[in-house]
Design a protein around this ligand. Structure first.
Ligand code: LIP
Length: 277
């Protein structure tokens, strides 16, 4: 990891808009490359492993390189943080997961997404996710709401825990005993607990009202920043993920429909941001 950058002067509206438009195009082109890889996975292409339950395919690097090279050409002063090719930190930072849900992608399950977020001075300005297998694109800009395929989305109005569907993310970075404790507490509340192996899409699904909450005890920025902005812009409540070193070393994440956020926060021991936002 390189040095933490100092703050920089803020981009103006046109400069942000140009980047947001570019991001939309990149989601589409990167999604096409990922989809080409998905077809190969369906045909039985080989899968490699980075660590326990941590899969990688040649397409993770191929998609990230595509995004990184195009950004470097269009916005050479901006920084980059990617899951596969590492970090070049700068106050303006593109945060990229080329394929979130690689475990699904590798087994030809159509639940994965390209995720791109843009952060300026530790604040997410816009972000999007594209799942090419379902042709679904989520996009949010701060203060402008969140959309799926151009239509506004809202977090669910769920208030009853015995109707709530919660997703709990897992990774080998957290001890099983802690994970199992949080799982038991969520089950004791009466929620249905799922795990679909894409943190990025899980958060977007909370924004979209398809799910009522997503919690993970440690997650990296590339997995969650685009989703986090979507969730906030869609009226969900979240923790202060970017507090401290969140951008650099990860933090816990919690996003939830407002009606169940307090209860899920207590069950997972992940405090909500204060003031709520
Ligand atoms: C993974 C997520 C998974 C989450 C893990 C991991 P990958 O990312 O999608 O849901 O629980 O923390 O980050 O490896 O599929 O990009």
């Amino acid at each position: 990891m390189n040095e933490r950058p100092a703050l920089s002067p803020e981009l103006n509206r046109d400069e942000i808009e140009a980047r947001a438009q570019f991001c939309r195009g990149l989601l589409a082109s990167a999604g096409s490359i990922a989809m080409e890889g998905f077809r190969q996975m369906e045909a039985g292409a080989p899968i490699e492993i980075k660590g326990p339950q941590d899969f990688i395919t040649e397409y993770d690097a191929r998609v990230e390189t595509h995004i990184r090279e195009h950004l470097a050409e269009a916005f050479p002063g901006d920084g980059f943080l990617g899951e596969e090719t590492g970090a070049q930190f700068a106050p303006r930072l593109w945060v990229v997961d080329p394929i979130d849900g690689t475990a699904n992608f590798a087994r030809a399950i159509p639940h994965f997404a390209v995720s791109i977020a843009f952060v300026e001075n530790n604040r997410i300005l816009f972000g999007g996710l594209h799942n090419p297998a379902l042709d679904e694109t989520y996009f949010a800009q701060v203060g402008k709401g969140a959309c799926r395929n151009g239509r506004p989305i809202r977090a669910a109005a769920t208030k009853q825990l015995d109707r709530a569907s919660v997703e709990l993310g897992w990774s080998s970075r957290i001890d099983n005993t802690v994970y199992l404790d949080r799982l038991a507490r969520l089950l004791d509340l009466g929620t249905n607990v799922r795990r679909a192996s894409s943190g990025a899409l899980a958060i977007a699904y909370v924004a979209d009202g398809r799910s009522d909450a997503y919690a993970e005890l440690h997650i990296n920025a590339w997995d969650c920043l685009a989703g986090l902005l979507l969730a906030r812009e869609a009226g969900a409540i979240a923790n202060d993920y970017l507090a401290g070193e969140g951008l650099y070393t990860g933090n816990p994440i919690l996003v939830a429909a407002p009606g169940i956020a307090d209860a899920v926060s207590r069950a997972t021991s992940i405090p909500l941001a204060s003031p709520l936002r």
